[in-house]
Design a protein around this ligand. Structure first.
Ligand code: AMP
Ligand code: ZN
Length: 465
């Protein structure tokens, strides 16, 4: 059994076959940098991180592009309200986005093209659509004529019979009720303030959808392997991307469309407009490390809704502690007699891990494989029935799993060396029988949430999370 993905285009699980052997070109819709992203948004980026890391684990060379939407209805409105330039306004949220993905241990994409730096490419694409008769002008704006593209609706599987011919919508976001010709280019109006480009299309700015068609072609080619986003992107955004790109280039745009389900809170999509959202910062201020949020977002299959609760986040912390403690225990193994059971457990865990993730990234049995492995190896350690040689192989296996899961990175690793130094000082104090100093160091560390444990192998420390 090989790698399979559920393709939104066909509504089927399909074998994954890349266009070029051994290589994957991946485009994922990125943030609109008008505010801090909420953890619902990060669910999308987390699923994409899992997808990409797993493709790399399978040996593919992945080229990953994620756009930054730094001009659209929302960014313009917000920057005008604050009376600062669009660039100054969005810069703050671009920076915050990168801080957040680092805290979540999300691997960086190869390119993060910003929309405002690709206006020329968008203009070229709109010109092409005008030339080919897929676009028309109306009141200075330019619209895509969806009746000219008979396959319109193939991704969202929409019934196009209700289509009101010639109806137009200029806003970037709209729902299925408003299916109609959509804006490729918006002529400047007063609400845009100083946000406009003087181009061959006139004075104005691009619509949202044209951005992803233009930038994906530039960095990945006109036809590439995988395109992702949340299910809310299926219509209209991705449907429109297909219409634009396939009409302009006369070839299939994307082979596999993968969409994640929503993160929900009390039965409702987490969203800015419902006011039921947490940013990563909110949760970190409550004392949850980014990696615990990563665990939570990662551990439910991407095509299932994930109900966010604080209890779930607490449980994520506990599970992480178990993983981190395990690695510490394996590191301390000193036995010399190899145990064939250890090798069998390694093979079993690897097999279940890969077979599960091969099946459309089925994360739950993959995580179960990891935790069963932890339990079984812990048993061998408790029995003293494992060698240092076995332990080394266990560590390599865990590192291999973690290249996909990214959970072993303990937070605040930069403070670790400081803690090690304090432990050294305490040990020196104990050697010279200065127990007052030794106890003070121990108490100070305890205050900071660090627990010390003196073992035959030396002093160990861990965080009280
Ligand atoms: P936006 O900045 O609104 O364009 O959203 C960025 C990404 O987050 C898109 O792929 C959305 O589909 C996704 N997204 C938005 N809200 C949620 C949610 N509650 N759960 C999961 N993904 C979401
Ligand atoms: Zn997009």
């Amino acid at each position: 059994m090989g790698l399979k993905f559920f393709n939104t285009l066909t509504r089927k699980k399909e074998d994954f076959v890349p266009i070029a052997e051994g290589e994957v070109k991946l485009y994922t819709c990125g943030p609109t940098v008008y505010d801090y992203a909420h953890i619902g948004n990060f669910r999308a980026y987390m699923f994409e991180d899992l997808l990409k890391r797993y493709l790399v684990y399978k040996g593919y060379k992945v080229t990953h592009v994620m756009n930054l939407t730094d001009v659209d209805d929302k960014t313009i409105k917000a920057s005008n309200e604050q009376k600062i330039s669009l660039a100054e306004y969005t810069e703050k949220y671009k920076k915050a986005f990168f801080e957040d993905i680092d805290a979540l241990n999300i691997d960086r994409a190869d390119v993060y093209p910003a929309a405002t730096e690709h206006i020329d490419e968008m203009v070229e694409l709109v010109k092409k659509l005008l030339d080919k008769g897929y676009a028309y002008r109306a009141n200075g704006d330019i619209y895509y004529k969806i009746s000219k593209f008979p396959e319109y609706g193939k991704l969202s599987h929409m019934d196009m019979s209700k289509l009101k011919s010639g109806a137009r919508i200029s806003s970037d976001e709209y729902d299925k009720e408003a299916v109609s010709d959509f804006a490729l280019w918006k002529a400047w109006d007063e609400d845009d303030g100083d946000v406009f480009w003087e181009t061959e299309l006139g004075k104005g700015r691009p619509g949202w959808h044209i951005e992803c068609s233009a930038m994906s072609s530039k960095y990945l080619g006109d036809h590439f392997d995988i395109h992702c986003g949340g299910v809310d992107n299926i219509f209209p955004h991705h449907e429109n991307e297909i219409a634009q790109s396939e009409a302009a280039n006369d070839e299939k745009f994307v082979n596999y469309w993968l969409h994640n389900e929503h993160l929900i809170v009390e039965g409702r999509k987490m969203s800015k407009s419902f006011g039921n959202f947490y940013t990563l910062r909110d949760l970190m201020e409550k004392g949850y490390p980014g990696i615990a949020v990563r665990y939570l977002l990662l551990s439910t299959h991407y095509r299932m809704q994930l109900n966010f609760t604080m209890d779930g986040l607490e449980a994520a912390k506990g599970a992480l502690e178990r993983l981190w403690d395990f690695k510490g225990r394996v590191n301390d193994v000193t036995g010399t007699r190899d145990n064939p059971e250890a090798s069998e457990l390694i093979e079993k865990a690897k097999k279940q891990f890969t077979e599960s993730l091969d099946d459309d990234l089925n994360i739950s049995p993959a995580m179960a494989a990891v935790f069963d492995f932890v339990r079984d190896i812990n048993r061998l350690i408790s029995e003293g029935n494992i060698s240092q040689n076995d332990a080394q192989k266990v560590l390599e296996t865990i590192d291999g799993f973690d290249s996909v899961l990214g959970l072993m990175k303990r937070p605040e690793s930069d403070v670790d060396s400081e803690i090690e130094e304090l432990i050294q000082k305490r040990n020196d104090a104990r050697k010279s029988k200065d127990f007052a100093t030794a106890d003070r160091i121990r108490d100070d560390l305890f205050e900071r949430g660090i627990v010390l444990e003196d073992t035959p192998q030396g002093t160990k420390w861990k965080k009280k999370l």
